[in-house]
Design a protein around this ligand. Structure first.
Ligand code: NOJ
Length: 770
């Protein structure tokens, strides 16, 4: 109840239009009144006067707890004033033990505590790509707010989130961590998430500071290969890839994590143009920048620094304030200063940013901010009572995308015999996805448990595993190389399939839960094929041969190639990794207790060879026309053109009709507005929600503009027979773009307007910008 109240209040402040590209200025510091800013700056200046060079350099050290850096060592370093912030320690008692050391340090400057709270802390929500599939900003705000609340309750001050890299190559494993391919949707997600994390005050009892990442363009790594090169035109960079970072900063994000990749030959970590000219000077960012893990040392491998020492100088001079986990600043800055290779101003600027962030986190007012007295520590950190299960279920339901539903196969009836089969059907770990923070696998609800709870004794549910995730030993070993991520059933594949077929034969319908294990779609898990592994395909073939209706429940962290699965199944539900309450949410949809409404935030290709394939593509000089296919057009000749499932696509258990687009005028002036409206009607038999999407095309401009560019969306609920008028307002500034000189302006001429319930099936109209 309380959380919902906060969210509605929060959402009201979020509904203002978002002009991610506009060169606006952000408040001096998130939510802090001017007087306090003055007091803060004066306090920090005073403190810095007292600090030795070693103490200053210590503030730039962001350390990770791990086998190479045990807690006892970090505690000694805190006492010696050598630690600015700590990450990867996540319980109140652990953090408290560290913070207790501060009193033994000379100046008593408290470290802050950070963690990758990407889609939940104790309660795990769907992965970010799933959250984006909801297109529901209330859902997004709710999950981010609870994440912050739980992180703060664990004593944390900062999250390394949101991840807002635009991702158009599903071979890259980290597409699971972002909000997909679209600039407008991702910018909205970024804005809402940051607001929900920080509220009006990053030091608040239910807030954590947001550290938006990975600046910049990490999602555009060539070929989708992890950590690879990024090279792109400036107009594409500023039109497509930069706005989400900017939106996060406009929302008040006080932290930015610098990307591991290079940008047009210059690693982000040594890229003064990115970190100073764009971030600080153009966008007016006043917060803290942190390197990514070991990225400063990585400058040597990038081939731009001769050695670690030079790398440290380059990163600091480029504008990286804190050094994450490789202690390059600690080792080299003192000598670099002595030799005149960095200046005192370079160091002081970075130190000031760290101290300012700490002040904004409330740590100078109270080093135990978010910790409170020891008597408030939870007796059991993983207690059930600390979870937000209802909200997790509510959010997860909105993230599920119905991809196919022939002859109303779904929803299933709660009667007869159902067979549940597949290596992901009862996997608690996989349900949580990657970066599941402090979530505990054994607290997550699998599809098996969800279906059992939904059915009770109304029907018979048979469950067998059917196959392992993969029979490929190399992949199995890779997935288990850092932790025990998957386990294999020791039986032979054929034994498991035989058992599955016998089970399917006894059932009225088969539900197969297949896809990727979570480790296949995370950091350092790029794939050349984005299909369901062969072991599971063999299982599906055998299940198909039984002739039973076949429902595929897909668990994966990226768009997959699903043409064959689409052909052989009767229904397909995309569930991503849907978190702590995933199994209940999925069962809600399978049995029709909740009508699915998710829409894809990333295009699903037919084949890997089509990648990159995304909605806002340019037309080319020889576009392919499906009505009049011709050889000399931009196409692949060996498969049908276009995606298997387009951006914005997702079905419902009901049907909707969309009227023609009516425009309030045929012209738009520079100071005016134009309203584009449609009437959407629920023509089916059950209540449902859908997302109405508005796209535009700038038909003729000085540079080619996308065939369809998302510019607005609205999620609506409709009862059977009910209709609603949905109106979008467009102004001149919504039509602006960056040209090749990075001038941000609109150009007069014809604009097409498209409105529909996905990016392909749309109604069209047009107007002139005068
Ligand atoms: C490396 C990842 O790239 C980044 O996203 C993450 O925040 C840091 N490690 C810290 O865990």
């Amino acid at each position: 109840m309380k959380t919902h109240h906060i969210i509605s209040a929060l959402f009201l402040t979020l509904s203002a239009p978002l002009y991610a590209q506009s060169p606006t200025t952000r408040p001096e510091s998130s939510g802090i009144p001017q007087l306090q800013v003055k007091a803060r700056d004066a306090f920090i200046s005073g403190l810095m006067k007292k600090m030795t060079l070693d103490e200053k350099i210590g503030q730039l050290n962001l350390v990770s707890v791990g086998p190479d850096n045990p807690k006892e060592k970090i505690m000694a370093d805190i006492r010696a004033g050598k630690v600015g912030g700590v990450f990867n320690t996540v319980t109140k008692p652990d953090i408290r033990r560290m913070q207790d050391q501060v009193q033994f340090s000379r100046l008593k400057i408290p470290p802050f505590y950070a963690y990758d709270v990407v889609h939940g802390q104790r309660t795990v929500f769907p992965i970010s790509l799933g959250l984006a599939s909801s297109w529901d900003m209330n859902t997004v705000a709710l999950s981010a707010h609870i994440s912050a609340e739980e992180a703060a309750a664990d004593g944390l001050n900062m999250t390394f989130s949101p991840m807002v890299d635009i991702t158009r190559d599903p071979r890259w494993g980290r597409v699971s961590e972002g909000f997909g391919e679209d600039t407008f949707l991702t910018s909205r997600m970024a804005y809402v998430t940051v607001k929900a994390y920080q509220g009006d005050d990053a030091s608040g009892p239910e807030s954590v500071m947001a550290n938006v990442k990975h600046y910049a363009l990490y999602g555009a790594v060539e070929g989708g290969r992890e950590y690879n090169t990024v090279d792109m035109s400036l107009s594409r960079m500023f039109n497509d890839y930069m706005p989400p970072y900017k939106a996060a900063i406009d929302a008040g994000a006080d932290g930015v994590m610098v990307a591991l990749n290079s940008v047009n030959g210059v690693p982000a970590t040594s890229n003064a143009w990115l970190l100073k000219d764009v971030l600080r000077n153009q966008w007016n960012f006043k917060g803290l920048t942190v390197s990514d893990h070991g990225a400063i040392g990585g400058l040597v491998k990038h081939g731009v620094a001769e050695n670690d020492r030079q790398a440290a100088a380059m990163a600091l001079k480029a504008g990286v304030d804190m050094d994450m986990a490789d202690d390059m600043y600690g080792k080299y800055l003192k000598g670099l200063l002595k030799d005149g290779l960095v200046s005192q101003q370079d160091i002081d600027r970075a130190v000031r940013d760290v101290l300012t962030a700490k002040w904004d986190m409330g740590l100078f007012a109270d080093p135990y901010r978010h910790l409170g007295p020891a008597s408030t520590d939870p007796v059991d950190t993983n207690a059930e009572s600390r979870l937000h299960r209802n909200e997790a279920r509510e959010v997860a339901r909105t993230s599920l995308v119905l991809l196919k539903n022939d002859n109303h196969t779904l929803p299933l009836q709660k009667k007869g015999t159902l067979a549940l089969i597949g290596p992901l059907a009862d996997s608690q770990r996989d349900m949580m996805g990657s970066w599941s923070a402090a979530g505990v696998a054994k607290q997550s609800v699998t599809v098996l448990k969800g279906m059992q709870d939904a059915l009770g004794d109304k029907a018979t549910l048979l469950y067998v595993r059917g196959s392992n995730i993969t029979n490929d030993k190399n992949i199995y070993d890779f997935l288990n190389s850092y932790d025990k991520a998957i386990t294999n059933d020791p039986r032979t594949p054929q034994q498991m399939i035989d058992e599955a077929v016998k089970t399917a034969d006894k059932a009225d319908v088969v539900v197969a839960v297949v896809g990727e294990s979570q480790g296949m779609s995370s950091e350092a898990s790029s794939r050349t094929e984005i299909d369901i592994p062969q072991a599971q395909i063999d299982l599906l073939k055998a299940l198909k041969a039984t002739g039973k209706p076949l429902v595929l429940v897909l668990m994966n962290g990226r768009p997959l190639t699903l043409s064959w699965e689409n052909d052989i199944s009767n229904a397909m539900l995309e569930t991503w990794y849907s978190g702590t309450e995933g199994g209940h949410a999925i069962a809600d949809v399978l049995f029709g207790d909740y009508n699915p409404s998710g829409k894809l935030p990333m295009t699903f290709p037919r084949a890997v060879g089509q990648i990159p394939i995304y909605n806002s593509m340019l037309n080319t000089g020889r576009p392919f026309n499906p009505q009049k296919p011709d050889k000399y057009t931009s196409r692949y000749f060996d498969i049908p053109n276009g995606p298997l499932f387009p951006f914005g696509y997702g079905l419902s258990y009901t049907d909707f009709s969309v009227s023609n687009v009516s425009l309030s005028s045929t012209t738009l002036s520079k100071t005016g507005e134009i309203r584009a409206s449609v009437t959407v009607k629920n023509t089916g038999k059950v209540a449902g929600a859908t997302t109405v999407q508005l796209y535009i095309r700038d038909v003729t401009a000085s540079i080619s503009r996308p065939v369809k560019e998302l510019k607005g969306f609205e999620k609506i609920d409709l009862q059977p027979g009910e209709e609603k008028r949905v109106t979008f307002t467009l102004r001149e500034k919504d039509l602006r773009f960056f040209d090749n000189q990075i001038k941000w302006a609109s150009e007069p001429g014809k604009f097409n307007v498209f409105i529909g319930l996905d990016s392909v099936n749309v109604k069209e109209n047009s107007f002139q910008l005068k």
